[in-house]
Design a protein around this ligand. Structure first.
Ligand code: GLY
Length: 383
């Protein structure tokens, strides 16, 4: 059966399913905002958001506000605008935070969305300052932005944050910011991305000489294994680096990372925490899948190859079809406070294991919004 515009009926029901998932997300977020205002939980325990629990590092405080901005962008409802502005203002002081490598996570999801929706230059100034602060982590010896752990440490996760330095460089015309961001991406590409497109979580350098010493991990199985969330950060982050620079090396790397994800993941699109872990304790790391879906929707627009554009877009839709099923979407799980189930934060530390995680919910909403938005831009999601 076809709709009036000739598209198959199932395509219509997919859009409806994604819209219903966003409606469910709104319900969960309204509950969280009203029952625990001004709280920034990172993961659930038994489906209930843990307030004031162990964080390991403070990198997630933008993802709640980011979801509120996404809901405002989708609905235009003043309620979401008020919640989003309030929640974003609560993290404004973090613009000077030199203790974490996550200022992109914090400010791109919140203040940058705010700026995009309002064009308020005072808001943009905060985004630019966040990029300038992040750039202060650059280690000239080694050529990378250091992780929160130590001077010697480079994380793959920083690929998701370096975009805000490219943005600050673009806004200010500061050539040194562009140099720092570009060098960080080249160093990450050289030492953390392997020949098969897989990625290492961490690189360790000799701080005296800048020599690269070894690959390592915190949240994956081992230093030479492929941690799924790191892979998702890489495919998305190198795509963003390409979007800012049009440097073909970054597109090639983003595609190699995406191709590895696709090759190694079961047909439903959700990887385990680490592809190389023998007999993984849990089959799913849903947040990696949500990040990959959003990253691939962007990559589909960035790649110049029409066949790969279809591959990435269809694969992202496949992931979203899986994540909107009741196995992952908590819509049929009474009392569950998060949106996506089966996420993983830190397996070794026992934090957020088989739970909802705030960034997983954020990137899931971002991917759904992109999928539905591209549909209205005449790029309808096909079966
Ligand atoms: N620290 C970022 C992550 O857990 O992916």
């Amino acid at each position: 059966m076809a709709t009036t515009d000739g598209m198959p009926q199932r395509s219509e029901s997919r859009s409806q399913r994604y819209a219903l998932a966003l409606d469910f997300a709104a319900k969960q977020l309204r509950h969280l905002s009203e029952t625990c205002p001004d709280s920034f939980p990172i993961y659930t325990v038994g489906g209930k958001w843990l307030h004031g629990g162990e964080a390991w590092t403070n990198w997630c405080e933008g993802f709640l506000g980011g979801q509120l901005w996404l809901l405002y962008g989708r609905t235009g409802e003043p309620y979401w605008r008020g919640q989003a502005e309030h929640t974003s203002r609560l993290i404004e002081h973090r613009v000077k935070d030199r203790s974490v490598h996550d200022l992109g996570f914090l400010f791109w999801s919140t203040w940058k969305r705010w700026y995009d929706l309002t064009h308020d230059e005072a808001v943009n100034a905060v985004v630019v300052e966040a990029g300038q602060t992040l750039a202060l982590r650059f280690k000239e010896r080694g050529g990378y932005l250091r992780s929160f752990v130590a001077d010697e440490s480079l994380f793959i996760d920083i690929m998701m944050n370096v975009g805000i330095i490219f943005y600050a460089a673009q806004q200010t015309g500061d050539a040194d910011l562009l140099r720092i961001a570009t060098q960080h991406c080249l160093t990450t590409r050289r030492y953390l991305v392997r020949g098969d497109g897989s990625t290492a979580h961490e690189g360790i350098f000799d701080t005296a000489t800048g020599e690269f010493l070894r690959q390592s991990t915190h949240q994956g199985w081992r230093g030479d294994s492929a941690w799924a969330r790191g892979q998702a950060w890489a495919l998305y982050g190198f795509g963003t680096a390409y979007r800012f620079t049009r440097d073909a090396r970054f597109l090639q790397t983003a595609e190699a990372c995406a191709n590895f994800y696709i090759e190694r993941t079961p047909a439903h699109g959700v990887p385990p925490n680490d592809w190389d872990e023998p007999n993984p304790v849990l089959p799913y790391e849903s947040s990696a899948a949500a990040i990959a879906a959003s990253g691939m929707l962007s990559l589909a627009k960035l790649t110049g190859d029409p066949a790969r554009a279809i591959l990435y877009r269809d694969y992202a839709v496949r992931i979203l079809d899986t994540l909107t099923s009741p196995e992952f979407l908590a819509v049929e799980t009474p009392g569950w406070e998060g949106i996506l189930k089966h996420g993983m934060y830190h397996q070794r530390k026992g934090l957020g294991v088989d739970e909802s995680v705030m960034w997983g919910d954020y990137f899931f909403l971002e991917a759904l919004s992109k999928a539905l938005g591209s549909e209205s831009a005449n790029q309808r999601i096909s079966e």
